[in-house]
Design a protein around this ligand. Structure first.
Ligand code: XIL
Length: 370
């Protein structure tokens, strides 16, 4: 086992123990203090999110734009101060990391891995199998199923093994289901597909990823599957089948691209419960809460409604022992993907464009301090 992976496991074990102990906090404080452990944990008041999250035994993460990390000091300082988990927003997707059939572009993810190690964080990988952001050579290659199978196997083997011990968890497959619970038709599934029926192509991707790094945690990741609905039902059925048959799946990523309609929270709670009852981890992988920007700026009311959602979903994760990460899709409205994808919407993240914390930040911090 690599040192960084061992380190991650040790930190995690320590945090899980701390989390189980919250009810016995007073009793145990003396013992912990004696062990010198409390001294390592900063006081919560005004503490950065990463310190608050560490005390609760979860990771607090953000997607990262490597160019901003390099060129924007405010971005770099805020990311470093607040988060203990990062994920490349685009750099590890098939197109960016494998732009030509015989060429990989590893430098941006290598740099992020170094950044993570310099700042005592962990790195999540996103994503190996997806219908979007695939390179032209792949999409236009007119490959047969046998060739696509070989291409995907080789891609997964190359990328996952390169970061073995450095990327602790991978979104192996992203967004494979439609809203009605049917399987999305993609280049990997059946147009033309890698030659496997139903969810067998997803299973194959998990098996390849596991072979490439047996220690990495492997996630299935999707959006609009937070509450109980036809899509999350389909994901649940697949996960239950995979667990029953020993397919190497460790968790489900809930993207959490929300509006101020949010939830319903009881239904998200029920979905997390049934997934974690299977022994799977749940992580929020892409949380943001987009706001209408009719006048260019979010209203005070919409910022308050947004904060309420951030606080509620954070509390929900903390309620479930196997909900192990809260990660937002970026952290500052300066670089969010939302305005480019949802017309007239924006201001979805917990820091404003000047890196000032918004009410949403306070709501997450308050949930973590409870
Ligand atoms: C988005 C990125 O944020 C954008 O920069 C890019 O142009 C498109 O993809 N679900 C996912 C993410 O799993 O990979 C997407 O990221 C957002 C939706």
């Amino acid at each position: 086992m690599s040192t960084s992976r061992q380190g991650h496991i040790a930190v995690r074990a320590f945090l899980v123990v701390l989390r189980c102990m919250t009810c016995f906090k007073t009793l145990l404080a003396a013992g912990l203090a004696a062990a010198g452990l409390l001294a390592q944990l900063p006081a919560p008041a005004g503490a950065p999110l990463r310190d608050l999250a560490a005390r609760r035994g979860i990771h607090i993460g953000t997607a990262i734009n490597p160019v901003a990390l390099k060129n924007d000091a405010g971005y770099r300082e805020t990311a470093t101060r607040e988060f203990n988990q990062i994920e490349p927003e685009n750099a590890a997707k098939f197109g960016p990391i494998h732009p030509q059939q015989d060429t990989y572009n590893f430098a941006p993810v290598d740099d992020l891995a170094q950044f993570v190690e310099n700042h005592n964080m962990v790195l999540r990988g996103h994503t190996l199998v997806w219908h979007n952001q695939n390179p032209a050579w792949l999409v236009n290659g007119k490959f047969t199923s046998a060739q696509l199978s070989e291409i995907l196997h080789s891609h997964i083997q190359t990328v996952v093994s390169r970061y073995a011990g450095r990327i602790y968890a991978w979104d192996v497959v992203n967004e494979a289901f439609e809203d009605d619970g049917s399987l999305r038709k993609t280049i990997w599934a059946n147009t033309p597909g890698i030659g496997l029926e139903g969810t067998a192509y997803i299973e194959q991707a998990f098996r390849w990823a596991h072979a490439a790094d047996p220690k990495a945690l492997l996630f299935y990741n999707d959006y609009d599957a937070e509450p109980v609905n036809p899509k999350s039902d389909a994901i649940y059925r697949m996960a239950r089948d995979f667990k029953a048959r020993g397919v190497p799946i460790d968790g489900i990523g809930l993207q959490m691209h929300l509006t101020t309609q949010g939830g319903p929270m009881e239904s998200i709670d029920a979905n997390i419960q049934r997934l974690t009852d299977l022994g799977l981890e749940v992580q929020y992988t892409e949380l943001d809460v987009r706001l209408p920007l009719a006048s260019g700026q979010p209203s005070a009311e919409s910022l308050a409604a947004q904060a309420k959602i951030y606080g509620e979903v954070a509390a929900l994760c903390l309620k479930h022992k196997l909900c192990t990460a809260i990660q937002t899709w970026g952290f500052t409205d300066k670089y969010s993907w939302i305005p480019g994808w949802y017309h007239g919407m924006g201001a979805a993240l917990e820091f404003d464009p000047g890196f000032q914390p918004k009410p949403a930040y306070r709501a997450m911090a308050d949930a973590l301090m409870k």
